[in-house]
Ligand binder design. Sequence first.
Ligand code: ZN
Length: 210
Amino acid sequence: MQVSPPNGFEKGKFLEMLEAAIAPWNVTGAGPVIELSETDVEVTTPAFDGMNSIFIHPNWEWDPGLLALTFTHVDKASQTILEADIALNPDHNWVYEIPEDDATAFDLQSAFAHEFGHVLGIPDLKEFPDATMFGEIQSFEDKKRDLNVSDEECMRSLYEGKELTEPFDPNADYSGGGGGCQSTDLATPLASLGLLVLLRRKRSTPHTHR
Ligand SMILES: [Zn+2]
């Protein structure tokens, strides 16, 4: 994927964070390996343009509660993802490491680990709150950096046809998907899959202070 100039972020650090975010997916060995490269092209909107772009959206035009969005272009006949773009919403308090005492901070690496999963065709896993592909992220949270068993099984199900030990409910409403991994709805020409903010209020979560 091509990384546009990460306006507002320090480029070296941003790229390093992206490499760390994609690594757990690449090491599964199940799907395509995603490689990152820099580009000077200033991408401002997702497009089916021959580039798999990662960019900071200059003027976030979607739900402000969304942290990031992945857009995939899919060939319906072969159920193949042809292109994917990731847009980051810059209007949040992004950090490289979770600070001790800032309830508004969101972990960049966790968010990108999640979006890379969408690039690979994995839907939000609503029933698996510990999964990287669970569709919500809390401030202070960085557990999405590592894949859990559901994420990895999804990869192996999608790319290696492995059966899931804990099958997904085909009637459940998986946003961005059509009922779990094996029947991910790839029929939408432009599927946007977001990562929702779940702002954690310190007062209501006495068990999780750090
Ligand atoms: Zn998602």
